[in-house]
Structures are given as structure tokens and as C-alpha cells.
Design a protein around this ligand. Structure first.
Ligand code: ADP
Length: 764
């Protein structure tokens, strides 16, 4: 579509409307519109995994039925843009403009640069976009496993590439005269010309959005893979989709496991025990079946203290997605819970009874977060996301409405089957809207949206900090030091609920957020058409495209080169000239909108580094793992850790250390889902570490005890490293012993985690 994505896109879009009021249409009929078979069964919209038709939800499930019969006819569907123009009234125009200003302002407060205001305007179409290689992109036939239905499907349009204005036209002529763009999307790099290559053969449901992004970037796509290595591999599901030995891949090993409901709850619980105030954005949760008794007992205790307390709980199967198998209960002794206990692991969670409502409807926010690098930690957040609405007016849960799925669950994949689902091409109406449109609406009601945004950013950073320790363990296991392997990045989908008091609460994290840019429309009973969803396209294409821009291997190379040349320049002007390419190299991204992903870490590292205690523990853990590829610490490794860190004493004998190891490891392994490896997992190590810290540094808050012990361990290990270095003829550094009596502030204000054993993870 002709709009750029996200907040910046809104500015651009609004401006282009003002500039040429007669041109309200998007790119004309799609050159690549094609009739190809697609699956009639339900597609996933939650995690990117294709799934079959949904059943009735099973026993006690709230999950809605598939069709809704007449309901489908009531669905208000916008005509496919290939056949129509997208119209916006003048009031919508001014709303969009105003909205963009508000969002840009928000960014300012958050430290996000105010690039929105200065975005280059989007070009208008001058020529039909070509696929890399100069020929129009052929419509892709879906792989057989993706569908066998016979329905019409239109692919979404590409963003027009040719610049409209004289300056831009001059630029395009310059590019042509230099032979940059002779049909092929090649880039110049130190004399050699080659495009960035992307293997999209495993992209699955994100393929359409990826194709558009690659076309906009003028990169080279390999839809069927390539014999030679590619720069980037785009996987639809997991790191292991392909065997890759080099380049970059858009998945981290272990991410899918880490964001499962139980693992995420456990990771956040560790952080809650260290920093209860900072991690109160995740509802209190219990893991079933192992914590069922604890759940019953704790609820009873609170009820005894406050008989007027009438809680509601939401039960979510660990392996579920898209609202599958979810149900609400009022009483821990509810019969359905007993069924779940016997069937499958789940998380039971306090239900947030007072969500913020818009148009009397509950909604949640899907935000896209890029984990660009694990070590050093680099996090980006997309400036815009999606808001998914319920389709039945919200009421606080009571026994009568507890099973009303369209009232309580915001999942798109469920509500699309409600007769009241509203498809809209406008970003600010309908059952799926952009998050920026919600912010604007809130702002117009006097809400401090800057505070909302900064609370969300804080939630995202804290959540990623909770996930990274175990991700590092997965990473070193899959890509051990010294062995060839790709570097990783990943787009995560954060599902966030705003409470009535505007506090953001984390619902879940998706490792494979849906990147579909189309939705199903039931033409007649059983006959479906996939039509482009402009709101999805606006947000998702920008996220993919700008992720690729940030990961651009040629840009990285150039940055390194310019850092090297920096030294050989004497004057600042010379340096600037070199970095910008002087007169000779126009910006190859000049035709693109400004990047919609904004760095939040390390940008705000100072405020959050004190939380990274478990990260530092993970570095210690990895150092003592020993065998390459393992994820669990053996008894010898644990003993070596105790010895090297000088933790044994007269009050903690090595025999006691062995008992500690056996005790904790056995308990963790009895509840572990994955029992393939024996030994101590990271979470068990963390528990042992807490125990040791509490023994050694009594009378301090837990996080201070733990921070003190980490300091001590790191100190002894660095001495050991220096000794080893000396033996090899190196020169030691002067080290000061750690301060044992940390104040809360010094513990909190410590610098970035020191990497001792995890330097192998460094890949940025
Ligand atoms: P799934 O992976 O199946 O989508 P979620 O955890 O996202 O599972 O929950 C599905 C929906 O249920 C959410 O989109 C949200 O609307 C609702 N929900 C989940 N947890 C809570 C909660 N603690 N309080 C209120 N609503 C919730």
C-alpha cells in the first residue's frame, strides 16, 4: 500500500493526502494478483504455525465454533483493494495527521528520535514494481501442506519504489547512470557489486510480507533455497528449519521453548522473587499440575483474610495458542480444572477483571519487538503495533458470562468467527486497528500516552531480561564456540493488556507472531477468499523490512570499514564525507521511509542493567558446563564452580555441596518437561545460587545477597583467569575485591553484566 508503516507512515500518508487530494487510491490493480489454491481450514494468526480446522474447544473450552453460519454474512468486509480505492474522509485525514503528531511526540518523550516529523515522503508510483531480477514477481503457488482449497487469493501490492519528486527523480537518474539498477537490485560495496541474498524457502506464512519487504529493499530472494550460502535465512517457525552454517537467521535456538506459557511464567517468577516491584506487570500464575495444592491454599488464605474477594482465574494450556483450550473459573475446585490437571500441563492465572475498554470492548495490544543480539543485548521496539478487539461488549466476569468467549478473549483467530467482527481498511476503526490509532484516541481524552509508552517499553525490556539467561544456554548448546554457525535475531510478538488504570500487563510472548497480511472472507458457506488486510500490511511489512535493514550485512561491513578508515582521517569534515559516501554514493535507502524500529536497549541500559543478575548467573553456569552442546551442569562442574569461586568453607563442606546438588537437581528434574539430559538445569542452578547467597550474606534483601555473591564469584574467577594468563606470559590487570556490603543502590546500579564464560555468545 502507498502508506508507510507505523507512526512515520501515518505522517507520510497524511501528507501525501494533503499534497494530492485527488489521489486517494492506492497502487492500482495488483500486477501479481493471481488465482491460487489456499487452505480452507483455519489458518493460524497467533504463532505462525499452520493448524487444521479448530474443533469445538474440547471439554470446557471457551473456544468458539468455526463458522457461525449466518454470522459470516453479517461480517462487514471491505472490498479488496485490488478492485477498489481506499477512501478516507477529510475528518479521517486530519485525524491521521493529528495522530501522527501525537505519536511522534510520544516517541520524543521515550527518547525515540523524532524522525517521524522529518520522514521523507513516500514516493508515488512511477513504474510497476519489479521483482529482483527485473521481471514481475510470479504468484507463488502455496506448498501442498499449506492448502488445497480452491479459492481466489490476491497478493498484496508492493510499495511503489520510484520517487516522484524532482530531487528523487534526479537521484533515481543518478542511480541508473551509475549502473546501480539495471534491472537488478544490486548494491555497491567497496567496488564490488552484489545484492543482499535472502533464502525465503522456509518463510511459510510470513512469505507474502517478506516478499514485499525484499522488493522494497531491492534485495535478492531465493524462494527455493540456494546451493551457495545466503546472507540471511528467513524461517517461519524455528531456528532448526534449515541446517545453516553461516549468515544470519531470524530465529534464536530455544526461543519457542522459552516463551511457552510455563517456561515464561517460571522465568518471570525468578525475576519476581528478586525484584517484586519491578516485575508486577505479570499476573500471579501457578503451574499445573505441580502447583495445584499451592494454588488452592494461597487462594484460600487470601479469601480468609478478605471474604469479599471474588477472584476469577484464567486457565491456559501450556502448549495452546490462539485461545485454544482457554477457560475461566471462579473456584479453584472447579470440575474443569480437575480435568486439566489430569490431561495437560497448564498455567492458571489471575484474571484481569478491569481492562481498559474502547467502545465498551476489551482489546489487547500486539507489539513487535526485535531481539537483534543476545550478547551484547540489543532490543528494538516497533513504533506501531496492532490492537485486537473483542466483539461482544465487556462485563466483569460473573457466573453467567464466564463462558462468553467473544467478551473475554481478544484473540483475532476467535473473534473473526463472531458475526460482529468488523473488517476495516482504516487503521482506526474495526476489530483490528493500529496501536497508534488507540494512542491517539486516548490522547484526545487527556490520557498521558507518553507514560503509557514508557511503561510498555519498560515491560518489554524487563521481560527480555528475564528470557535472555536461558536463551544464552540454548545458544551455546546449539552453536558452541569454535564451530561454524549463523548469528541470530528474532522478531517477537508481545501481547499486552492495558488495565483500566492504564497499567500495561503482559499476557504472553510469541516466538512466531503471525506475519500474515491477509484475512479470510467467507464468500458463501464454505467458500473462502483471502483478501489483503491493509492494517496488517501497514504494520507487518514495515516490521520485516526494517528488521532486515537493521540486520543488513553489507551495512555492517561498511560500518566496520568506516570505523577503520576513521583513524586515517585528520579532519572531521573528511570523516563525515567518508561516512556519508561524500558526493559519490547516494543513500541506497533514500526511497524508503525512516526505520520504524527504535532501539530501547542498550539505549536505556543504565536504567535496567541492575536487573540482569540472572544473566550474570547464566554466564557463570555456562562457564562450568564443560562439554560442548550440553545444557545441564554435571556434579563435577558444580563442584568446580564452588571451588573456583571459593564458596566452600568450614560451614559448607564439599560433601554438603554434593548433597545440595543432588537435592535441587532431583527436584527440578522431576518436574521438567524435557528429561533427556540429566544434570542441573539453569533454573536449578539459580535456586542453588540463591541458597548459597542467603547463607553467605544474611540480613540483606535477596537481590542484594545474590548480587554480592555474583560479585564475589566474578572476582575470584577473574583472578583465576589472570593467573592463567600469567602462566602464558600475558600481563595481569589490577583488580579490587568486590564490596561485600552493598547498599541497595550499589547493587542496583552495577554496570552491565560481566561476561566471563559466555564470550562465545558475542556475535554483534
Ligand atoms: P493464547 O496463546 O492462547 O492466545 P493468551 O495468553 O494470549 O493465550 O490468552 C488469550 C487471551 O485471553 C488474551 O488475548 C486475552 O484476551 C485473554 N487473557 C489472557 N490472560 C488474561 C488475564 N490474565 N486476564 C485477562 N485476560 C486474559
Amino acid at each position: 500500500m502507498a502508506t508507510a508503516a507505523s507512526v512515520t507512515g501515518l505522517v507520510t500518508w497524511a501528507r501525501s493526502l494533503v499534497r494530492s487530494p485527488g489521489r486517494l487510491s492506492l497502487a492500482g490493480p495488483r500486477p501479481e494478483a493471481a488465482t491460487i489454491p489456499v487452505n480452507r481450514s483455519l489458518r493460524d494468526h497467533g504463532n505462525g504455525l499452520g493448524r487444521g480446522a479448530r474443533g469445538g474447544g474440547g471439554s470446557g473450552s471457551l473456544v468458539a465454533g468455526r463458522h457461525g453460519g449466518a454470522a459470516a454474512a453479517a461480517v462487514a468486509v471491505a472490498p479488496a483493494p485490488a478492485l477498489s480505492v481506499m477512501r478516507r474522509s477529510s475528518s479521517e485525514e486530519s485525524e491521521a495527521r493529528w495522530m501522527a503528531d501525537a505519536a511522534a511526540e510520544t516517541g520524543e518523550q521515550l527518547g525515540v528520535d523524532a524522525g517521524a516529523a522529518g520522514d521523507p515522503e513516500l514516493p508515488e508510483p512511477e513504474e510497476q514494481p519489479k521483482a529482483v531480477g527485473g521481471t514481475p514477481t510470479p504468484a507463488r503457488r502455496r506448498a501442498p501442506e499449506e492448502g488445497d482449497g480452491r479459492v481466489v487469493r490476491r497478493l498484496p501490492p508492493a510499495l511503489p519504489l520510484a520517487p516522484p519528486r524532482p530531487a528523487a527523480r534526479a537521484l533515481s537518474q543518478l542511480v541508473k547512470s551509475r549502473g546501480w539498477n539495471r534491472g537488478r537490485a544490486y548494491r555497491r560495496n567497496s567496488g564490488s557489486v552484489r545484492p543482499v541474498t535472502v533464502d525465503s524457502s522456509k518463510a511459510r506464512t510470513s512469505l507474502d510480507a517478506l516478499k514485499i519487504s525484499l522488493r522494497q529493499l531491492r534485495w535478492k530472494e531465493f524462494p527455493f533455497g540456494r546451493r551457495l550460502p545466503c546472507d540471511i535465512y528467513w524461517h517461519g517457525v524455528s531456528f532448526h528449519d534449515n541446517d545453516i552454517l553461516s549468515g544470519q537467521v531470524n530465529k534464536f535456538p530455544g526461543m519457542t521453548e522459552m516463551v511457552r506459557k510455563i517456561t515464561l511464567s517460571k522465568a518471570l517468577r525468578i525475576m519476581q522473587s528478586l525484584f517484586p516491584e519491578e516485575y508486577n506487570f505479570y499476573p500471579r500464575s501457578w503451574i499445573l499440575p505441580e502447583e495445584f495444592q499451592l494454588f488452592v491454599a494461597q487462594v484460600q488464605t487470601v479469601k480468609d483474610g478478605d471474604p469479599s474477594w471474588r477472584p476469577t482465574f484464567i486457565v491456559k494450556p501450556d502448549s495452546g495458542c490462539q485461545g485454544d483450550g482457554i477457560y475461566l473459573i471462579r473456584d479453584p475446585c472447579d470440575g474443569r480444572l480437575t480435568g486439566t490437571l489430569h490431561n495437560r500441563p497448564a498455567v492458571v492465572q489471575e484474571y484481569i477483571r478491569k481492562p481498559l475498554l474502547i467502545d465498551k470492548l476489551k482489546f489487547d495490544i500486539r507489539l513487535y519487538v526485535l531481539l537483534k543480539s543476545l550478547d551484547p543485548l540489543e532490543i528494538y521496539i516497533a513504533k506501531d503495533g496492532l490492537s485486537r478487539f473483542c466483539t461482544e461488549p465487556y462485563q466483569e466476569p460473573n457466573l453467567q458470562n464466564l463462558h462468553h468467549v467473544f467478551m473475554h478473549l481478544t484473540n483475532y483467530s476467535l473473534n473473526i468467527h463472531s458475526g460482529k467482527f468488523v473488517h476495516s481498511d482504516s487503521a482506526s476503526t474495526g476489530s483490528k486497528r493500529t496501536f497508534s490509532s488507540i494512542l491517539c484516541r486516548l490522547s484526545s481524552k487527556g490520557v498521558d500516552i507518553k507514560k503509557v509508552w514508557s511503561d510498555i517499553i519498560s515491560l518489554v525490556i524487563k521481560t527480555v531480561i528475564a528470557l535472555t539467561p536461558e536463551l544464552k544456554v540454548f545458544y551455546q548448546s546449539d552453536i558452541p564456540t569454535g564451530r561454524p554457525g549463523p548469528t541470530c535475531f528474532q522478531i517477537l510478538g508481545f501481547d499486552i493488556l492495558l488495565m483500566k488504570n492504564l497499567k500495561p500487563m503482559l499476557l504472553e510472548v510469541n516466538a512466531n507472531p503471525s506475519m500474515r497480511i491477509e484475512h479470510e472472507y467467507e464468500l458463501s458457506p464454505g467458500v473462502f477468499e483471502n483478501i489483503p488486510s491493509l492494517v496488517d500490511e501497514e504494520v507487518k511489512v514495515a516490521v520485516i523490512r526494517d528488521t532486515l535493514r537493521l540486520m543488513d550485512p553489507l551495512k555492517k561491513k561498511k560500518e566496520i570499514q568506516s570505523q577503520q578508515t576513521e583513524k586515517s582521517f585528520t579532519s572531521k569534515e573528511d570523516l563525515n564525507c567518508e561516512l556519508t559516501g561524500g558526493d559519490s554514493e547516494p543513500n541506497p535507502e533514500a526511497h524508503l521511509p525512516s526505520i520504524c524500529l527504535k532501539q530501547v536497549f542498550p539505549k536505556y541500559a543504565k536504567q535496567f542493567n541492575y536487573l540482569r543478575l540472572v544473566d550474570r548467573m547464566a554466564n557463570l553456569f555456562i562457564r562450568f558446563l564443560g562439554i560442548k552442546g550440553t545444557m545441564k551442569l554435571g556434579p563435577t562442574g558444580f563442584r568446580t564452580f564452588i571451588r573456583n569461586c571459593k564458596l566452600s568453607s568450614s560451614s559448607l563442606s564439599m560433601a554438603a555441596v554434593d548433597i545440595l546438588y543432588i537435592d535441587i537437581t532431583r527436584r527440578w528434574n522431576s518436574v521438567a518437561l524435557d528429561q533427556r539430559d540429566t544434570g542441573m538445569c539453569l533454573q536449578a542452578f539459580v535456586e542453588a545460587f540463591f541458597f548459597l547467597a542467603q547463607r553467605k550474606f544474611k540480613l540483606q534483601p535477596l537481590h542484594e545477597q545474590v548480587a554480592s555473591l555474583i560479585d564475589l564469584c566474578e572476582y575470584h574467577l577473574s583472578l583465576l583467569d589472570e593467573k592463567r594468563l600469567l602462566c602464558r606470559g600475558g600481563r595481569p590487570h589490577q583488580r579490587n575485591p568486590p564490596q561485600m556490603n552493598r547498599t541497595a543502590h550499589s547493587a542496583a546500579g552495577s554496570s552491565a553484566p560481566r561476561v566471563i564464560g559466555a564470550s562465545k555468545l558475542s556475535h554483534s
